[in-house]
Design a protein around this ligand. Structure first.
Ligand code: NAD
Ligand code: UDP
Length: 320
């Protein structure tokens, strides 16, 4: 099949592209490199089954493909709050154009939505029929309301125009290739522990998240795309940890001497989050298999390799 991945140079998108390429598909990656990097996909450059298009999805694009994985959107609060209006445009205009494309070429389209549609949830764990507790005017709204509109657009294109949609609500995902300056909690803690600087726990660290390793997530996305269930479906790992527990785990794995320092909790930071994955189990026969420590070790190894390469480069630059 010919498959378009928007946001394919990013963290999840690049892992998805690896799976699709290994399965023998023709893959087109569309990305504006806001948070994505060529280095994430450069191992496919020169392969005749791979094409890279630098394009901003807030502008329309015409392509011929069988499937669209629509992932383009910054995912870390630091990045999506950098230019909130652009984040909304990416979620609304970008998704509108992708759904319009899917309609015209009769492609199946999978929207990468998010657990953020549940906001600061009053229901725990979160199942897909929970409608959420979202602040429409807060600093996270450009992302969570943006994704809620993206879901609305997907379902309206489906009802009105028969577009073949799939909607995934992705929960916190981590793994190799996360940016060191990504701002999300796993990448922050791993980077800090490796650099021997204090781990920054926001608030008192009692808020919870449930962390899914990227290969599990990608498997879930592919099952959703290739099955009959349109969703929305939660994709995440139901193992729930407080942020302080996560800090202590990473501390013990990387650097038991690293300090923890407490900083202010950002506005509207959800207090707890854990997916109910009954739907994913029932309709996709999917559940995550990688335990936190196993996934963290792979992430730590990847960060170590990149930090060492950076050090070598800066040493070479100083010497030359
Ligand atoms: P990421 O920031 O690594 O990847 C996003 C990619 O989209 C980047 O390559 C970026 O350059 C590209 N992009 C952003 N705006 C664009 C635009 N206007 N035009 C073209 N490309 C654009 O993030 P990620 O973690 O890989 O997330 C991928 C998708 O999954 C996002 O839609 C995100 O909302 C969703 N998601 C991720 C998580 C998570 O924990 N990682 C959780 C929930 C949902
Ligand atoms: N967090 C933290 N220290 C950091 C980065 C994040 O304590 O250096 C907290 C953040 O306040 C939130 C949780 O970790 O409660 C997850 O944050 P992240 O940005 O990774 O994802 P999201 O809030 O979107 O789930």
């Amino acid at each position: 099949m010919r498959i378009l991945v928007t946001g394919g140079a990013g963290f999840i998108g690049s892992h998805l592209i690896d799976r699709l390429m290994h399965a023998g598909h023709d893959v087109i990656c569309v990305d504006n490199f806001f948070t994505g990097h060529k280095r994430n996909i450069q191992h496919w450059f020169g392969n005749p089954n791979f094409e890279l298009i630098r394009h901003d999805i807030t502008e329309p694009i015409k392509l011929e493909v069988d499937q669209i994985y629509h992932l383009a959107c910054p995912a870390s609060p630091v990045h999506y709050q950098y230019n909130p209006v652009k984040t909304i445009k990416t979620n609304v205009m970008g998704t509108l154009y992708m759904l319009g494309l899917a309609k015209r070429i009769k492609a199946r389209i999978l929207l990468a939505s998010t657990s953020e549609v549940y906001g600061d949830p009053e229901v725990h764990p979160q199942s897909e029929d929970y409608r959420g507790n979202v602040n429409p005017i807060g600093i996270r709204s450009c992302y969570d309301e943006g994704k809620r509109v993206a879901e609305t657009l997907a379902f309206d294109y489906h009802r009105q125009n028969g577009v073949d949609i799939r909607v995934a609500r992705i929960f916190n995902t981590y793994g190799p290739r996360m940016l060191e300056n990504d701002g999300r909690v796993v990448s922050n803690f791993v980077g800090q522990a490796l650099k021997d600087i204090p781990l920054t726990v926001y608030g008192d660290g009692s808020q919870t998240r449930s962390f899914c390793y990227v290969s599990d997530l990608v498997e879930g996305l592919m099952r959703l795309m290739n099955g009959d269930f349109i969703g929305p479906v939660n994709l995440g790992n139901p193992d729930e940890y407080t942020i302080l527990e996560l800090a202590q785990t990473i501390q013990s794995m990387v650097n038991p001497d690293a300090d923890v320092k407490f900083e202010a909790l950002p506005q509207d930071d959800p207090k707890r989050r854990k997916p109910d994955i009954t739907r994913a189990k029932t309709y996709l026969d999917w559940e995550p298999s990688i335990p936190l420590e196993t996934g963290l070790q792979k992430t730590i190894d990847d960060f170590k390799t990149r930090l060492q390469a950076e050090k070598r480069l800066s040493l070479e630059t100083t010497l030359s």
